[in-house]
Design a protein around this ligand. Structure first.
Ligand code: PRP
Length: 222
């Protein structure tokens, strides 16, 4: 638990990602599609613990800011839906939920390099405190597109909460206040589960696991 006297510096420190330790790696537990998962890197239990901590940090950070309003949670479809459903319930503040969709991958395992806005918000975010909820930061292109799209609408603040971060360089990292809340720093592997997909599969796995390369190599050679 953070004390009541938690400072901005405490919030920034606690929002830094937990490094996914190679010692955590384990075999996929019994369940659907386990034969396609090379190994689990973050178990359902570790996700739940970190999501509760993120909810607490976000609550502390925004409590003084949303006294007469509601925190606007901008959930990026589709990958962040599972994380956002748990995170929203771990935030002890009035919130609103809205959804935005910007796709970069299509059904491929590789980023296409271009990001398209598929669905916009229904909420007017001018003057609002806005927290974008992302499942994963990989190349950072999706996030750059979202921030570029939203910041011109003059929100009171615009920050990001991402469950997973591969730690790759991209320009937004020079604004650490924007990337204030991150769950786990993970290796540069193709991960699925807890909302993340490959060709729309695996989103309902309760853990984050590394997909066996032969699954997508087989599919892409067909
Ligand atoms: C995935 C993921 C992030 C983005 C991260 O979305 O959900 O939004 O890619 O990659 P980047 O940092 O390289 O841009 P995707 O386009 O696959 O759509 P989805 O959320 O519907 O799976």
């Amino acid at each position: 638990m953070m004390s009541d006297s938690a400072t901005d510096a405490d919030v920034m420190r606690l929002g830094q990602p937990v490094v996914a330790d190679p010692a955590w790696v384990e075999a996929a537990p019994p369940g659907v599609e386990r034969e396609d998962i090379a190994r689990v890197i973050i178990s359902a239990e570790r996700i739940a613990t970190r999501v509760r901590a993120l909810g607490e940090i976000i609550t502390r950070a925004y409590a003084p800011l949303v006294v007469d309003s509601r925190l606007a949670l901008v959930i990026t479809l589709r990958g962040a839906a599972v994380f956002a459903a748990d995170l929203a319930r771990a935030i002890n503040l009035p919130v609103e939920l809205d959804f935005i969709s910007a796709a970069s991958y299509g059904d491929s395992a590789m980023t296409s390099g271009s990001v398209r806005l598929l669905k916009d918000l229904e909420t007017n975010i001018e003057g609002r405190h806005v927290l974008i909820i992302e499942d994963i930061l990989d190349s950072g292109l999706t996030l750059e597109k979202l921030v570029e799209t939203l910041e011109v609408r003059n929100p009171a603040s615009l920050r990001v909460c991402a469950l997973l971060d591969k730690g790759k360089p991209f320009p937004l990292r020079t604004y650490p206040q924007a990337l204030a809340f991150t769950g786990f720093l993970i290796p540069d592997e193709f991960v699925v589960g807890y909302g993340l997909d490959y060709a729309q599969r695996y989103r309902n796995l309760p853990y984050v696991g590394i997909l066996k390369p032969d699954v997508y190599m087989r599919a892409e050679s067909e």
